[in-house]
Every structure is written in C-alpha cells, then in structure tokens.
Design a protein around this ligand. Structure first.
Ligand SMILES: Cc1cc2nc3c(=O)[nH]c(=O)nc-3n(C[C@H](O)[C@H](O)[C@H](O)COP(=O)(O)OP(=O)(O)OC[C@H]3O[C@@H](n4cnc5c(N)ncnc54)[C@H](O)[C@@H]3O)c2cc1C
Length: 599
C-alpha cells in the first residue's frame, strides 16, 4: 500500500538550513511569516493532509466523478473533506487580507500545496483552480469585481475555474472561437461557446462556480492579440451578494481519463451566459500571462509532490518485502529472505527517486522564495526585485517541465519496486503513475515549456535572465570546486555547468539563423539546464550538510543521508548531461530531414 507522512523535517532543512526563510518575514506585509509561523502552519496542514485527504485518495480514484443531467458528483468523502479544508481557512492561506485572506507568503502556500498534492492530487485541483481564478481577479479586476467575487472564493464558499481550452485549440489559443457580444450594460457581455477539459468546471463542493473565460469580441484582431477575459459565474450574484438566477453555463459532460479521476474534467457550454470583462478589451492573454509563472510552478510542485508519495511508499515496501538474498551473502539470515533494500538495483531506483524529489523541493523552494521577493520587495530595492523576477521567469519552465518529467519517472520506479503488486490498483502505486502523467501535459505541455526557455527566456532582455543564473552559480562553483570536502560535488557540477554555458551560446546563435535548430534542441536543452541546476542545488545541500553534521545532536544520520544522496546524484544522474549535450550538438538535421509525408 502507499503511505504518506508530510516530510516536515525536510521542509525545515530547506527553509531554515539551506535557505533563510527569515528573509521572507522582512518583506513588507509578511512580518508575521516568521520561521515559527511556517513550522506551525505546516504542522497543522500536515494533519489535514495525512488524516483527511490521503485516506480518500485511492477510493476517490476507484469511484471517480459522476455526471448526471448536468450535475457532477465528486466521490464519497470529498465534500466532507472540502468542508474541513474550507473551515480550516486553507483556501485563504496566501490570499489578500483585504478580502478575507490570511496574507501569508507564496512560499508557505507552496509547501502546504505540496502536502495536499502528495496526499490527494485530485482533491488539490479544486482549491488549486480557485486560487488561479482568484489571482486573475485580484490582479486584473476593478474594485467592484474584487469586492463581489474575491471574499467568497477566498473563504471557499465559491470556487473558480480557468476556461481556456476549446476542441480545436489547447496550445494555440489564438484559435479560440468562444464569442463575447456586448450588451447595453457597460462591461457586461453575452458569452457563447464551448470549452473542454475544464478542471473543477462543475462539482458539488461549493455553492457557486466562478469561471474565468477567454473569449473573442466581435471587433477582435485575429490570433492571441484579440482575446479578452471574462468572469462568468454559474449563478448570477444579486447586488446584496446573494445568489440569483442560474446563468447560461452548463456542464455537457465529464472526461473519462487516465488519472486524477476524482477531479472533474468538464465540457462547459456557454449559451449567451452573462459575463463581465476583466483586464480590458483584448487584454485576455496579457492577464493570463501574469498568472502563468505561479500556475506553472504549481504544476511542477504537483510533480514533486506525487514523487514524494511514490518514494515514501517504495521505501516502506523495500524495507518490508522479503525477496532473495543479498549478492554478498544473507543480511538477515534469521528471515526466509532479505528485504528488497539489500539489492543494488532497488537501491539505485530508490536513490534516483530520492535525489530527484528532495533536489526538486529545494530547487522549487529557491524559486518560490524569489517569487515572494519579486512580488514584495519595496521600490528602494528595485534592482533586487528585478533580479528575483528574472530568476523566477527563467526557472519557471524548467521547474514545470523537469520536475514533472522526473515525477513520472519517479512514480514508475516506485511501481517497479513494488513489482507486480505495483500494477494492482488496490496497492495505490499505479494510481500515482497515472495521476502524475497529466502534469507533463497541462498548463503548457512540457515541449512548450522548452520552447519558452529557448525561444523567449534565453534572449529576453539581451540574455539578462540567463545571467541571473549563470553569474552567481559560476561564482559559487568556482569558489567551491577546489574545496577539499566540497570539491567532489562542486567539480562535476562545474564541468556540466561550463558545457551548458558553451551550448547556450552556440544554440542562441544557431537558433537565430534557423529557428528549427532551437526547436529541435529545446527539450534536451531544458533537461540539461535542469540537471545542472539540480547539481548546483545538491552542491549547496552538501555544503550545509557537511557544516551541520559536525554539531548535529543525534541527527548525523539525516545529514549523512543528504551527503550520500548528493554523491549519488553527481555520480549517477548528472552524467546524463553529457549525452544530452552530444545530442544537442547533432543539430536539427537528424530531426528535420525526413519529409512529413514519409512518416
Ligand atoms: C485532465 C486535464 C485537465 C485540464 N484542465 C484544464 C483547465 O482547467 N482549463 C483549461 O483551459 N485547460 C485545461 N486542460 C487543457 C490542457 O491545458 C491542454 O490539453 C494543453 O494545453 C495542451 O493542449 P492540447 O491538448 O490541445 O494539445 P495540442 O495543443 O494539440 O498539442 C499536442 C502536442 O503538440 C505539441 N505542440 C503544440 N504546438 C506546438 C508547437 N508550436 N511547437 C512544438 N510542439 C507543439 C504539444 O506540446 C503537445 O505535445 C486540461 C487538460 C486535461 C487533460
């Protein structure tokens, strides 16, 4: 069976030992977000995730959502769990206090969201989509819109969705056909069209559902420049805030899909539904883009979260399951066989899972903290604010794509460790692999993340975003690679880092001359970049672990495990970069020479 306990000790390591989360409490408005607050909130959140959300993960997958006459019913226990979630104030954690939120930092919300997604990825979709809708209204709504919609979404009485995708377009939103016709009321439109794949589009958890819908005005220019954003509620809201008539929004069905079966993925039909323009005419894509970093980091986090559950479950199984004898002689001669953990191949898989998951957490936390700084640093620290914003922009596609690609690998390794039992539904492991697969696809498929990295981020501001990573990492690795203790981590990372810099320069040049060169290399380049970034993070983890180990009261084993995992990463996982660089060096020709009709 799968198991899950919130990794609170690792959170403390990342927040307090590897990074200084105390810096967050120095940001304007976050005075109360001290390390103690972080620890207390996460401890409380852990209980909810372990005791309420995790126990309904497997049953939610088996039962799935039900659709009948336009109504969607979530699986048994979801409504009760959502009520507890809402009453506990968890929907309000990082939201604006002016609208009833608790005003805590994104970094804290980030760790809490990891626990939710580890415990029950499907459940997390409902508050997750609400948070996205909330952010859109908060950033782009006018005062009246914020007052009408935010308090109820923030207290969880209502929920939200993001309605972008249509049958003919997912990636290429320029093809959107949903129409918005003006009415005689200023700012009010009639929305008509069909959206598909809408997460939390219809369900029984909340009194109202507030859809954020991309649509096209009659005079709109072609393509993405002609898309506008609208608030379209399921129930209209009266001036006093009470729910009014049903709007012209209906669920046409739910998808039967590979995973996250307890998350309702809906067809939503808009039939002259009343909608309210937000973010200005033709400002829809701009409004979406401002939210994209947070949403994409959130999906990367979902990957790491599922990887954590897969790792914990596989570790427990490997300790328990008795099969065969150690190659070097029985380790538990009193038992009928040794536990799986003695076998090198099982250890290879477990360490791969651990290195990717713990490394991912530290990498993502680094970016989340930069996001808080980018959002909150005052004008007097404008340069630092810009530097953090650049780092978030650069690392977002890497965190989204690499963490989710690794998570699929990690959950598959988890299944492998369970052997045939991993393939059996009741043991929970195959669910993790099915559930996490979507994270590579939605919120911009991973191939699109790679194009974002090589096509936009690489050249943005004349390479300034790249320098935000390259310069400090170069300084750090040069300073540490000759250190007698740290060199074993810093030196291999530096070699891969130096190759990354060379490849970046070549790719930037070749891509300018022929964009297919950049396109053909994009996915491999993103992965190589991500692996180097993880190398840097694991070197920093090793540095802290070496320093802490000497004075660790009874916790030396914790730091030894970090060091062994860092060594494994350098020896067994980072070398993948060499193959990636060789493949990137082969250029676009092997990919492009076969004519389309010859496939
Ligand atoms: C379970 C689930 C939940 C979802 N939730 C939501 C939601 O809440 N709201 C919402 O609006 N949407 C949602 N989606 C839709 C999701 O975001 C899209 O499926 C995704 O954006 C990809 O679009 P598509 O499926 O149309 O694939 P396409 O756009 O047809 O892409 C197919 C493949 O081609 C690649 N590709 C496309 N264009 C290019 C290009 N120019 N260069 C290189 N490669 C390219 C893509 O990377 C992908 O691998 C959800 C989807 C699913 C399955």
């Amino acid at each position: 069976m799968t198991v899950y306990k919130a990794p609170l000790r690792d959170y403390k390591f990342v927040l307090e030992e590897l990074f200084d989360v105390g810096e967050i409490a120095k940001l304007p408005g976050y005075q109360d977000a001290t390390p103690d607050t972080f620890a207390a909130v996460l401890e409380e959140g852990a209980k909810l995730c372990e005791e309420v959300l995790f126990p309904i993960n497997l049953s939610g997958d088996a039962e799935g959502c039900h659709f009948e006459n336009g109504v969607v019913r979530t699986p048994k226990g979801f409504k009760e769990a959502y009520d507890l979630f809402r009453q506990g104030g968890w929907t309000a954690l990082a939201m604006d206090p002016d609208y009833g939120g608790q005003g805590l930092p994104a970094t804290l919300n980030f760790f809490f969201s990891e626990m939710v997604a580890s415990a029950n990825l499907s459940f997390g979709m409902y508050p997750g989509l609400s948070a996205g809708a909330c952010e859109a209204i908060h950033k782009h709504g006018d005062a009246a819109q914020k007052k009408t919609w935010l308090p109820k979404i923030i207290d969880g009485t209502w929920s939200g969705t993001m309605c972008l995708t249509e049958p003919q377009c997912g990636t290429d939103l320029g093809q959107i056909k949903t129409r918005a016709e003006p009415t005689e009321r200023d700012g009010v439109y009639k929305i008509t069209g069909t959206k598909i794949f809408i997460s939390a589009g219809e369900h029984d958890l909340t009194d109202n559902i507030v859809h954020l819908v991309l649509a096209r005005l009659p005079d709109a220019p072609q393509g993405t420049r002609g898309i506008s954003l609208f608030i379209v509620p399921k129930f209209l809201v009266k001036p006093d805030g009470a729910l009014g008539a049903r709007n012209g929004v209906r669920c046409g069905g739910i998808e039967h899909k590979m995973g996250i079966k307890a998350s309702a993925t809906c067809v939503i039909n808009f039939d002259e539904a009343e909608g309210y323009l937000i973010g200005g005419k033709h400002g829809g894509m701009r409004a979406m883009f401002t939210m994209m970093n947070a949403a994409r980091l959130g999906v990367g986090l979902q990957g790491l979260a599922v990887g954590e559950t897969a790792y914990q479950s596989a570790r427990a199984y490997a300790m328990d399951r008795l099969q065969g004898r150690s190659l070097t002689g029985a380790k538990f001669p009193d038992k009928p066989a040794d536990p799986l953990i003695v076998h090198p191949d099982i250890r290879r898989m477990l360490l791969t899972m651990r290195a990717y998951t713990e490394g991912a957490r530290a990498l993502a936390a680094w970016v989340a903290m930069a996001e808080d700084k980018a959002n909150r640093l005052p004008d007097s620290a404008a340069d630092e604010r810009e530097a953090n914003d650049d780092l978030v922009g650069l690392m977002t596609p890497i965190v989204k794509a690499m963490l989710t690609d690794n998570a699929y690998l990690v959950s598959n390794l988890g299944m492998q460790i369970f052997g045939g039992h991993g393939y059996i539904h009741d043991n929970g492991m195959e669910q993790l692999a099915r559930d996490v697969r979507i994270t590579q696809l939605y919120e911009g498929a991973n191939g699109i993340q790679a194009l974002d990295l090589v096509g936009r981020k690489m050249s943005q501001h004349m390479g300034r975003l790249m320098r935000r990573f390259f310069h400090p990492v170069d300084d750090y690795l040069r300073a540490t690679m000759t250190d007698p203790a740290l060199g074993e981590f810093a030196a291999p990372t530096y070699r891969a880092f130096a190759r990354l810099q060379q490849v970046t320069a070549v790719l930037a040049q070749k891509g300018l001359a022929n964009p297919d060169e950049a396109g053909a290399a994009a996915t491999e380049y993103l992965r190589a970049f991500g692996l180097v970034a993880l190398g840097y993070i694991w070197t920093r983890i090793a540095e802290v672990s070496l320093a802490k180990k000497a004075s660790a009261n009874g916790e030396a084993a914790f730091y030894d495990a970090k060091l062994a995992t860092a060594r494994f990463y350098m020896a067994k996982l980072l070398p993948e970069t060499a193959a990636l660089f060789a493949s990137i060096g082969a250029g676009a020709k092997p990919v492009m020479e076969l004519a389309a009709e010859a496939f």
